[in-house]
Design a protein. Structure first.
Length: 319
């Protein structure tokens, strides 16, 4: 069973249990109604809801990642949307079905019970996403069509949200933004490789590693934060910033094993001239490649590079 299947089978159904009932009230949880004109309110729900925190904790556990790993990148690698994007359309489906009942039925009366009732929350949500016409024409609306449209709009808004975050030059996802394509589970997660190899590659992709470009952004008692332009590689003496592209393509410490990888790729993909590609193009080529015959050696190469790096740094007491 792949990682995505484990989540869909074991966790998602539990998190969504009774969502039709509790989803309206989670909006109140984030003071949604007091700021319903705020276009970023759903962005806050992606991170703050208890169900989202449980989802993210499980996904990071499955991938073997630290709890501080990027929530956006973790979901994107698996092609999994926040729980709220599934829960709220379920809420609308349940509400539309309830409105099909005769008006003298008890279930119909419960929709308007109390000042902040079910209908009150539904209307606020529909207004927020531009579907206020559904509230006024609920008896004639297509249930399946409405639910599908709302889900697609929410997915589109979430993808716009993550693009906005990744386009921020200060974001730790600046490298991830260079190669991430689409919103599906990445193929490498299903490769027949040891879990540790997959974990290392995932950490490398989403910048959840200890290269200087990342470790330098953190400060401690004995180590101040290092300016991004001064996070130089300690493995080679070229005064180059140790980011993902340097680590994978240009660092001289890994020249010999990199040559083995490149020769292998040239034998597999005879149409691509990797030797003459600009560094940024070559980096993207390697990171988006879907050929298992290239991905597996690439993942093993990155693992070997990290092992070489670790051994070298441990051999220097001052570091």
């Amino acid at each position: 069973m792949c990682i995505r299947d484990r989540y869909d089978t074991c966790i998602k159904p539990i998190l969504l249990y009774g969502a039709e009932v509790w989803a309206p009230y989670m909006l109140k949880f984030d003071k949604y109604l007091n700021r319903s004109n705020n276009p970023d309110i759903l962005e806050e729900l992606y991170e703050k809801l208890p169900a989202e925190k449980i989802q993210l904790k499980f996904l990071k556990m499955l991938l073997g990642l630290h709890k501080t790993s990027s929530n956006i990148a973790v979901r994107s690698e698996l092609g999994i949307y926040p729980i709220v994007i599934t829960a709220l359309p379920l809420m609308i489906k349940y509400w539309l079905n309830m409105n099909m009942n005769p008006q003298d039925k008890l279930v119909f009366f419960t929709l308007n019970e109390g000042s902040e009732n079910y209908n009150f929350f539904i209307k606020s949500f529909l207004n927020h996403i531009g579907f206020n016409h559904i509230f006024d024409n609920k008896s004639t609306s297509s249930i399946s069509g409405t639910v599908l449209s709302i889900k697609r709009i929410m997915q589109s808004r979430y993808q716009s949200y993550i693009k906005k975050v990744m386009n921020n030059n200060e974001s730790k996802l600046r490298t991830y933004n260079l190669f991430k394509q689409g919103y599906n589970q990445e193929k490498y997660l299903s490769l027949p490789l040891p879990k540790e190899d997959i974990r290392i590659f995932t950490k490398f992709r989403i910048s959840s590693h200890n290269l200087e470009i990342e470790s330098g952004r953190h400060s401690s008692k004995n180590k101040p934060k290092i300016d991004a332009k001064s996070r130089f590689c300690k493995i080679c003496a070229n005064n180059q910033i140790e980011d993902e592209q340097h680590f994978l393509i240009t660092c001289q410490k890994y020249t010999n094993i990199r040559e083995i990888l490149f020769k292998h790729i040239e034998n597999i993909d005879t149409r691509s001239s990797i030797r003459t590609m600009p560094i940024n193009i070559l980096f993207k080529y390697l990171m988006v490649n879907k050929d298992p015959n290239i991905m597996i050696p690439l993942i093993k190469h990155i693992k070997n590079c990290f092992n070489i790096r670790k051994a070298y740094l441990e051999s220097i007491p001052s570091l």
